[in-house]
Ligand binder design. Structure first.
Ligand SMILES: [Zn+2]
Length: 92
């Protein structure tokens, strides 16, 4: 891994603002359970990749994708894979 790659790896707090826009609330303290290995972490503690493209939040234990956010000019797509994470409000 190069230094450049490491610069792209953040934690869930880095996308707190984006999540708050989507859910209308602070999501960083909401617990997320990995659908793959059962690891439970607050969303703010997940591993975030913000240049994926879009935003990807991964499990800290097994790197399974828990949340994927893709923002287009027309709408925001949220793909929730992890357990315990509330489904995003429906946006039209
Ligand atoms: Zn996991």
């Amino acid at each position: 891994m190069t230094a450049t790659d490491e610069d792209l790896v953040l934690d869930g707090n880095a996308v707190a603002g984006t999540l708050a826009e989507i859910y209308g609330d602070d999501m960083t303290t909401v617990l997320a359970e990995c659908a793959s290995c059962g690891q439970v972490d607050p969303i703010g503690g997940l591993i975030a990749y913000v240049h994926a493209p879009g935003i990807v939040l991964r499990c800290t234990a097994c790197s399974t994708v828990m949340i994927r956010i893709v923002q287009t000019t027309k709408r925001t797509l949220v793909d929730v894979r992890g357990k315990r994470i509330p489904a995003p409000p429906t946006t039209t």
